[in-house]
Write a protein that binds this ligand. Sequence first.
Ligand code: B12
Ligand code: SF4
Length: 499
Amino acid sequence: MYVPAYPLPIMEIASFVKLNIPEVEIGIISIPVDYGLPLTQDGKEQIYRQLLQDLSKIKPSGIGISCTAIAQAEEVIHLCELIKEYDPNIFIFLGGYFPTIYYEEILSRTSAVDLIVIGEGEGPALKIIELLERGKDPINENIPNLAWKKEGQIHLTKKGIRFDLKKKALLNLKLLRYPGAYDILPYAFSRGCPYQCNFCMEQFMRPIRKEVPPEIVRKDLMNLSLQSNTHTLLVSDALFKSFDLFPFLRSLGMKVNFETRCDTLDPSVIPQIADTCGILALGFESASYNTLRRMNKVRDRSHYQKYISNTTAIFKEAVGNEIPIMIFMIAGYPEDTEEDLEQSLNFAKELSKNSGPGGHIFKIGECRAYPRTKTYQLALSSPDVICDDDGVFGQNVVRQPSKDLNFETVAAYMREIFNLSNNTSKLQKTLLNMMPLFRLPAHALRDDMIPDTCFSGNNREIFSVKGESLSAFRALVPRINEKYKKWMSGQRSTRSLPL
Ligand code: B12
Ligand code: SF4
């Protein structure tokens, strides 16, 4: 799933700190681009050795690490432990979705993390770095939104106000080691979402939506366009609505990829943005009223009718205007019956009667019930629902959504729905640009047909994801996909790399 994009959360924070304390020496390490993606366990160890060597030259007083997805959490803890072991004096702080929601579990699991920032990072990071610069202890009762552990007790400071986006810094590409090496430009026009879908984590982070002032957006996008070699924008908003900016984006020659809700996007906008839109994604989830109610996606029957009819209208407009469209769906939500899945299948069949050169893909996945979410509470409270019990560091896949619906049936529906996709060459090209390694297992990336220039260092254990390497690799992807087809559709049971 790797996307060759700079790490936006850390970019926002580091740019803000640099703007406010210009004399501070701050740099961003983007592990995949700066060191490469490991293809073997040995490759991973080489990357970490290289990182520690670099730290011995940089001699940082503090390191802030971003951990957004659950999928990153164990690796982040491992990284913190490595750094602490190397130099216990480096102050380590974490932020992002995972630490915001599960700070207790992280602090209980390791003593390598000195401090956790809950929620938006700009304000607390500025204060932490100011204190570090003055040689003081950043663990401070007066900084809001912090958590730390001392003598076995977790301490929390008071909840602060939301970051004022009028104070957002322009993204500073100079803080990256290889600013020109990224093929994709992520950008957030707004932050937060008020909808509170039961499976989503945004409500823990920013339950109110706020927009970045348009003058800041314009300056940021202008800089990105001037300072990078790519013009592919990945919209990172929880709820994207900035369609009025499309004429400006067009004038910059940008291709915009965005995801939104099925009931908020006005289909009549689509013809006006068609030439500038790379791919349009909808968080559709299900066509069943009962499932959508359990997800808290729709309020009532009339909302549901609008949800379904608007999805159909958006789909038709996208197809008619040759925009590749991706429909995200969840299969086997707690308490789903086979009838719910059947409704989704029938709806997908109806949609796919409209097909065009833009192509469409039904990206359907099994349900994960993450601890603390309402989805998790529902799974626990329903006697017939069976979930993997992986704790907060795992995926907690729902294995039996209800008494008469087992995982094999869910998987069969997922396959059938996915197979209704229309994988046109335009869609493939757009996805290849965004996710060149899509679903390829690590061993496929070591194939002899891949030239040495696609690897970092002296061996073929670390794959380089810098722009030039990826463009050489993209040319080979059709042959590689063909050769490794059977490994691409399987469920991932492990994140471990071969020795
Ligand atoms: C863009 C995006 C991506 C891009 C990232 C591109 C990039 N390089 O930036 C791509 C497509 C690669 C991606 C991939 C995945 N993503 Co994603 N992604 C997002 C998205 C839409 C935006 C993230 C973003 O930039 N937000 C804007 C910034 C400004 O906000 P922020 O990230 O919250 O950062 C603020 C705070 O969290 C905090 N903070 C963050 N880091 C740090 C670090 C420190 C030190 C401090 C002090 C503070 C701090 O301060 C920041 C500024 O205020 C979010 C949802 C969302 N709207 O935020 C999902 C989201 C983060 N992704 C999610 C998921 C599940 C994934 C994947 C696992 C999907 C998959 N199945 O493969 C992968 C995992 C990738 C990986 N290796 O871990 C989930 C995470 C849920 C979870 N806890 O697991 C989210 C929340 C979507 C959702 N609602 O479910 N993603
Ligand atoms: S609309 Fe999207 S971002 Fe908002 S709560 Fe629902 S899933 Fe999360």
